[in-house]
Design a protein around this ligand. Structure first.
Ligand code: SAH
Ligand code: F3S
Length: 443
């Protein structure tokens, strides 16, 4: 039996792509292993969005080569593989193959070549590739990622993704629905699905838009929770917002990438909205989906960002009151337009700004979360928590809660009361311990 080990970095799309690679190799008889020492094929699925992510992978390659026995194959796949291509073969002599996000179909062939002593890189774009015929081997059957769109046609000036993932393309709605229906039906017990795409709400398969997709997937029997990531702010058309409001499965949480609160910075980033437009989208979402939580992505120190412009980001964060925010220092990506903008911001200033931003984000999140202590929620139990013998669960609003309960609860929905918070996550008490008859009726 041949074993494959895949280590995944970066976004959910990469997690989903790794599941596809397990599918491609599963058809060849490979089984998945979590232990690099016993693997015949070792793959690192990489991210190229920031230099930091790439440096980590290069460091990790040095460690993984220790597990490479004669005949084993070590490969780099994903966005960094696409970006560096054959250069990676030169740079890391232990690497046998390099494959970009459109080339996973060729894995078996390149693995065979590598075994025959021939190292190779495949970084050709196939603008049509959806891996429609490849059954992903999923790590999580309770909550499943389903990629509905690959690539990106936007041109945010800081971003390498259009260069690593190629042009945008959407899967056919019928194919997505078929996959979700199979997940929900076949005893896998999937009740929660997250639809993935780089600008997922710009989904269009030639006939159907994202609103159609939400309504149709939300109507699949057995699907109780529907999420999606990441949407682009201006692609929340009235049709999409209405579909969210009118589809009971759509969860009350939106990840709404901001990048900057300054209209001037947004213009240099070539984002398609200004501060006021972003705020209008927030207002529309909150009006249509009461109680929705909001998270975001923010970049500090984009070229030319002045202290005043940064202050506008702080004031927008204060105004919107995000539940959570992923904050990044701008990282120069070769080949992206922002490289040519004058006035790159000094590293110390980036560090100082991100510190202030993180402190603000944490303060707001903590304040909001303290306000939720004592409230009750429906949670989906996802699995064992990392520590303390507890279970980890999630609310529809994407809040993480830890609770004490039997392992049989994994994959089930329960009602809980929040009893405490660290500021970001919660401790929760199952209501069936308080009101067993009420909860029995609710289940
Ligand atoms: N459309 C995609 C964006 C992928 S990149 C999505 O939302 O899923 C994910 C995040 O990384 C971006 O939202 C941005 O905040 C950050 N990012 C992208 N390029 C960056 C760069 N050059 N430097 C710092 N952060 C960056
Ligand atoms: Fe990147 Fe902008 Fe597309 S952030 S992935 S170019 S929407």
């Amino acid at each position: 039996m041949r074993r494959v080990y895949i280590e995944t970095y970066g976004c959910q799309m990469n997690v989903s792509d790794s599941e596809l690679m397990f599918g491609v190799l599963g058809r060849e008889g490979y089984v998945r292993t979590e232990d690099p020492a016993e693997a015949d094929v070792l793959l690192v699925n990489t991210c190229a969005v920031r230099d930091h992510a790439e440096q980590r992978v290069l460091g990790r390659m040095g460690e993984l080569k220790r597990y490479k026995r004669p005949g084993d194959v070590l490969g780099v796949v994903g966005c960094m593989a696409q970006r560096l291509g054959p250069k990676l073969l030169e740079r890391v002599p232990q690497v046998d193959l390099v494959i970009g996000p459109d080339g996973y179909r060729g894995l078996p062939e390149l693995i065979a070549q590598a075994r025959a002593g021939e190292r190779a890189a495949d970084v050709a774009f196939k603008g049509w590739e959806h891996y429609e015929d490849v059954p992903p081997v999923r790590g999580n059957m309770v909550s499943a990622f389903v990629t509905v769109q690959r690539g990106c046609d936007y041109r945010c000036t800081f971003c390498i993704v259009p260069m690593t993932r190629g042009p945008e393309r959407s899967r056919k709605l019928a194919d997505v629905v078929h996959e979700v229906a199979r997940l929900a039906a076949n005893g896998g017990g999937t009740t929660e699905v997250t639809l993935l795409g780089q600008t997922v709400n710009s989904y269009h398969d030639g006939e159907h838009d994202f609103a159609d997709l939400l309504r149709t997937v939300g109507a699949v029997e057995g699907i109780r929770r529907l999420r999606f990531t990441s949407p682009y702010p201006t692609d929340f058309t009235p049709r999409v917002v209405a579909a969210m409001a009118e589809t009971p499965a759509v969860c009350e949480h939106v990840h709404l990438p901001l990048q900057s609160g300054s209209s001037r910075t947004l213009k240099r980033m070539l984002r398609r909205y200004d501060r006021d437009r972003y705020l209008a989208v927030v207002a529309a979402l909150r009006a249509a989906v009461p109680g929705t939580s909001l998270s975001t992505d923010i970049i500090v120190g984009f070229p030319g960002e002045t202290e005043d412009e940064f202050q506008e980001t702080l004031s927008l964060v204060e105004q919107v009151q995000f539940d959570d925010a992923y904050t990044f220092k701008y990282s120069v990506r070769d080949g992206t337009p922002a490289v040519r903008i004058k006035d790159h911001v000094a590293e110390e200033i980036k560090t100082e700004r991100i510190g202030r931003l993180i402190a603000l984000v944490r303060r707001i999140a903590k304040q909001k979360n303290i306000g939720l202590i004592g409230t009750t929620h429906e949670i989906l139990v996802e699995g064992p928590a990392k520590r303390g013998g507890l279970l980890q669960a999630r609310t529809r609003t994407n809040k993480i809660a830890l609770l004490d309960g039997p392992a049989e609860w994994i994959g089930t929905y329960r009602r809980v009361r929040f009893t405490g918070t660290t500021g970001s996550t919660f401790t929760a008490w199952p209501l069936e311990k308080e009101y067993p008859e009420l909860v029995a009726a609710w289940q």
